[in-house]
Write a protein that binds this ligand. Structure first.
Ligand SMILES: Nc1ncnc2c1ncn2[C@@H]1O[C@H](COP(=O)(O)OP(=O)(O)OP(=O)(O)O)[C@@H](O)[C@H]1O
Ligand SMILES: [Mg+2]
Length: 248
């Protein structure tokens, strides 16, 4: 599986008079898990649309390894906030969708991941037979098995209740710690960013720039008990103030 690094340099984006992004730059190294934390409307989803080539920046460059991918599609595996499974396809057919679009199909690997995701027995079920958390897992397995070298996750757990959310975070970490793909993750939730990431990028209000950047010091594998440790709470406070400052 190919794993790449991403370099976003000095990008800017306006929608008419609405200046959403100004001189934004950051990197995501190979095998790194980076979270973007920012106020609502700061342009987080827009950043994903730019990286995914659905939108083109007015200025600046987006590079995957050393290739400029401004406005180019197909390089990013994207998991949207809502799972967006195709209702007429079974679970295994949904999981294979990302690969199919690139002209290949590895059913064995898909079945294995479905099993690891705790969904065995549901391979041939349809999405509406699954709970919200199960659909999220299918959507994540699909993103993970897509052949693109970087995965972008846009607030994937925001619709879940607190306990399911923590279960999903633990599950995501256990899989990621094994595969170590490059992940760019967007969230509103400070604890989620701290629990999952190697690095956290805090965005300013619109027009967004990088307001602060933190390297998360906790070792891996990470356990749920980390949530209650003093050092974790200290970091939560630090990032909370940094986020609050950007909103003033
Ligand atoms: N396709 C578009 N056309 C016009 N304006 C857009 C478009 N996409 C986003 N915007 C504007 O860009 C700004 C940033 O939106 P975006 O969805 O990127 O924010 P966000 O940080 O993802 O917010 P949230 O946390 O609420 O999801 C908003 O003012 C929005 O109205
Ligand atoms: Mg958004």
């Amino acid at each position: 599986m190919k794993v790449s690094h991403l370099t976003v340099s000095n990008i800017a984006k306006k929608f008419g008079k609405n200046e959403v992004i100004r001189n934004l730059g950051f990197t995501v190294e190979r095998n790194e898990f980076v979270s973007i934390l920012g106020p609502s409307g700061s342009g987080k989803s827009t950043i994903f649309s730019l990286i995914g080539g659905i939108l083109t920046p007015d200025k600046g460059t987006i590079r995957l390894d050393n290739q400029v991918i401004n406005g180019k599609r197909g390089f990013i595996s994207y998991m949207p906030q809502t799972p967006s499974l195709l209702p007429w396809r079974t679970i295994v057919e949904n999981v294979l969708l990302g690969q199919e679009l690139q002209g290949k199909k590895e059913k064995e690997a898909a079945l294995e991941m479905i099993d690891i995701a705790g969904l065995s027995g549901y391979e041939n079920a349809y999405p509406d037979e699954l709970s919200g958390g199960m659909k999220q897992r299918v959507s994540f397995v699909r993103a993970l098995l897509s052949p693109q070298p970087i995965i972008c996750l846009d607030e994937p757990f925001s619709a879940l209740d607190e306990l399911t959310r923590i279960e999903m975070q633990k599950w995501l970490l256990s899989i990621w710690e094994e595969h170590r793909q490059t992940i760019l993750f967007v969230t509103h939730n400070i604890e989620e960013a701290l629990f999952l990431s190697d690095r956290i990028i805090v965005l300013s209000n619109k027009p967004s720039q990088v307001a602060a950047e933190f390297r998360v010091p906790f070792s891996r594998p990470r356990e749920e008990s980390l949530y209650l440790e003093d050092e974790f709470l200290e970091w939560k406070r630090k990032i909370y103030y940094s986020l609050k400052k950007t909103g003033e």
